[in-house]
Write a protein that binds this ligand. Sequence first.
Ligand code: NAI
Ligand code: MG
Length: 501
Amino acid sequence: MTQRTSNLDSKTQAFLARQTHRMLIGGDWVDALDDKRIQVENPAEETIIGSIPSAHSDDVHKAVSCAKNALSQDDWGRMRPSARQNMLLKLADLIERDARTIAELEAIDNGKSAAVAQAVDVGLGLEFFRYMAGWATKIEGSTLDVSMPFLPPEAEFSAYTRREPVGVVAAIIPWNFPFLMACWKLAPALAAGCTIVLKPAEQTSLSALYLGELIGEAGFPDGVVNIVTGDGQTTGSALVSHPDVNKISFTGSTEVGQIIGRAAMDNMARVTLELGGKSPMIVLADCDPEKAAQGTAAAIFFNQGQTCSAGSRVYIHRSIFDTVVDRLAELAEAIPLGSGLDPDAQMGPLVSQIQLDRVCSYIEKGRQEGARLVTGGERADRKGYYVKPTIFVSEDDSIVIAKEEIFGPVLVAIPFDNVDDAVDRANDSRYGLAASIWSNDLSQVQTLIPKLKAGTVWVNGHNMLDANMPFGGYKLSGVGRDMGKQSLDSYLETKAVVMAL
Ligand code: NAI
Ligand code: MG
């Protein structure tokens, strides 16, 4: 291992020292049946730091069978809601205990800042387990009055609905927030009483495997949570097409979301999809330009721009356009680049060579399309997959870099003269994940909110996520919601019961 490990927490060092990591099936830590493996890379150093199993369809089948079997075992299937709640709370405590280790693994495997990961990714993840633990004891149906007009008037009935766990959940998650996405899928599934097979992204599986150990320590019965590692083509597609999977929960690209949505319908698996975005930010003439510049810079550059809800295009009123763009450029140029383990760094490397190439090809495209490069626009001259924070200006927002999800630190700034026109252009996208408005004019803001076609609208902020707020997209940004009570509902079936008395 070439990375500096001396300052790492002892648990992080011990975990990394294993190098040959295993996956969790039916309570056992196992290799793939055919022993195939995928290398684990540290994107800040461009070094290989270990390997994970590449699960084949037979491994996936075993994991789904274990999950199916665990559903009907007394120790999970008949567990009281309060016991489920306490087990989720116990897991949250263990995550809190090992927050530093999880954040360090995330930094080494993904490239993101360990300090930020500890506060945001791990902090939100454990908070979400506590939030969902509370729902385990609050699942309820309704009693309903029924008429049955075709039966004699003296007939009497009792009718009600009950909510039941949907069954075996397959969860497939991406590499941008590996630990947090695992929490977003596991917490509601477990609160609802489901069992789960989780497939982390092949680029970033370490934090999910570490979480698997904490799940064992918290006392979840074998087979309730299974974690299979591997790529999308082999492992992911075997999982989503398995006939015993009752619900699929996916976060990732829109293209793969569409494939998974179609696969789900073959088995009528319930499906929720949290997909890509090209989230607009609208900066109105009356706003505080300094706050807007700081906020919109954070909205795009947080997590190296690898955020599904990243504010990746900003419509700025022409009267303050130059002021805001100049300040954005200053802020971008002041961001220190460095490894996630470097406490002075504010931006890390992208996750992989592939992502670096993808982002750089978009930057090249922007230049070719005639957008004006204000700052950045190239790979940083150092080891690791670093891209300089990049800002383009363009009058025309029909260019590719203003339309497609780049998933890197690249912002397109577009001037506007008329607010209605800005809203129309903000909505003219195949995506609809999030949007933000920067203004202190309350009535103006209130009239814009209903017009924006997005699953989330933020005002004077961006990426403000909370366990109790549903998160998901309109249009090609997805189906259903993560977080909040709506997420729990998507892991439950409704059974209608009518008794003739
Ligand atoms: P991806 O959508 O291919 O990967 C996400 C997850 O899906 C991974 O676990 C992967 O193994 C799995 N997967 C891939 N193909 C699959 C299949 N056929 N069946 C089942 N599972 C499958 O995303 P990728 O290729 O890593 O990134 C490409 C682009 O996608 C990014 O540049 C970005 O634009 C977008 N993306 C968006 C994310 C979001 O949160 N909205 C997250 C990750 C990527
Ligand atoms: Mg990695």
